[in-house]
Design a protein. Structure first.
Length: 318
């Protein structure tokens, strides 16, 4: 089992290094290289947190952090842009990455975003779509024309772009719902596997700003707001697990599961303070632990190598 994603020693030997490098090169094509920054979700803010499981997941998984004991966690909120200088309002989707510390000294991560589905079904189509976006940028297409251009050639992107179009300017990183998108498998004490997805729900509820209000905000209003909020009170998120049924795709991040699937809350994450980003932090959604397995989703597997590639590049530049 893969355990620790937080040190360079655990970065996987890439089976797909060529394609991972191509993916990261394609991303860099969008706004250039910003030395020392992540190649996507470039700007973010980290918080210290504690995860308190409620014990309900224990019937379905042996994962140590989902039993009864609390674990320390690091949370990083981010805007999706490849450009760290872009104003918060201008990067539509936001991210929430959580790295849980495990009792054996390792760690495991969940990486979510504010849209429930992704725009590419395979690593190859990801690279093609990002390159198309780059070409369209050079041809000075506006965001709507660009989406039209992409969905005409890549029909798999439609659901994701519909979700992106519905996003409103967030009021706070603490008042957004985050979807971990990919399917994983819970493995119980008998070795039985169940397909699951994860979602973080804000205890404060979901709230957005009107476009007029959002336009009045400073470029980094979401980071400023979070720092102020945490000086007054902790920020809480509930972790929900959703169980897939026969026929629900586990290999396709562009497709959502039906809304009526069984869902249970399995714990709460309590964020207490903003911290400087820990050194060598890599939020790897493929870093699972015993009791959780990766599904057959090719994007989920590919993210390990692409994040490793980005990590190596930014680390060399620091
Ligand atoms: C082919 C698919 C994808 C590629 C190639 C890709 C690429 C990247 C890269 C290169 C980074 C920077 C990693 C680092 O330097 O640490 C990153 C970060 C991130 N990505 Fe993706 N990504 C993909 C899919 C997704 C999906 C499906 C989601 C939605 C959950 C997502 C959400 C995020 C978030 C939230 C971060 C910031 C993580 C952090 O705070 O450390 N990505 N992505």
């Amino acid at each position: 089992m893969m355990k620790d994603s937080s040190s360079t020693g655990s970065i996987p030997a890439a089976e797909n290094t060529g394609l991972a490098a191509q993916a990261v090169n394609a991303i860099e094509g969008l706004s250039g290289v910003h030395p020392g920054y992540r190649r996507a979700h470039a700007r973010g803010i980290c918080c210290r947190a504690v995860f308190r499981p409620n014990g309900l997941a224990a019937a379905f998984t042996t994962a140590a952090h989902l039993q009864e004991q609390e674990s320390a966690a690091v949370v990083r909120f981010s805007g999706s842009s490849t450009d760290p200088a872009l104003a918060d309002l201008l990067s539509p989707a936001k991210g929430m990455a959580v790295q849980f510390s495990l009792p054996d000294g390792g760690s495991t991560s969940l990486v979510g975003a504010t849209v429930p589905v992704f725009f590419a079904r395979t690593p190859e189509s990801f690279v093609d779509i990002v390159r198309t976006a780059h070409k369209a940028q050079e041809g000075n297409l506006g965001p709507l024309e660009l989406m039209k251009e992409i969905t005409t050639h890549f029909s798999e992107s439609k659901e994701s772009f519909l979700s992106l179009n519905k996003l409103k300017p967030p009021a706070s990183y603490a008042e957004l719902q985050y979807y971990c998108i990919h399917a994983y498998f819970f493995v119980d004490t008998e070795g039985r596997k169940r397909p699951v997805k994860f979602e973080w729900k804000p205890e404060a509820g979901v709230r957005s700003l009107s476009l007029a209000d959002a336009r009045q905000q400073p470029d980094r209003y979401l980071e400023d707001e979070l720092e102020l909020r945490l000086k007054d009170e902790p920020v809480i998120f509930q972790l929900d697990v959703i169980f897939g049924e026969d026929g629900d795709p586990t290999d396709d991040p562009t497709k959502a599961w039906p809304d009526d699937r069984r869902r249970i809350e399995i714990g709460r994450l309590c964020l207490t303070e903003v911290i400087t980003e820990p050194e060598e932090l890599l939020m790897d959604p493929g870093a699972v632990t015993e009791g959780i397995e990766l599904s057959d989703d090719p994007i989920l597997h590919f993210r390990r190598t692409a994040y490793g590639e980005s990590f190596h590049r930014r680390r060399k530049e620091q």
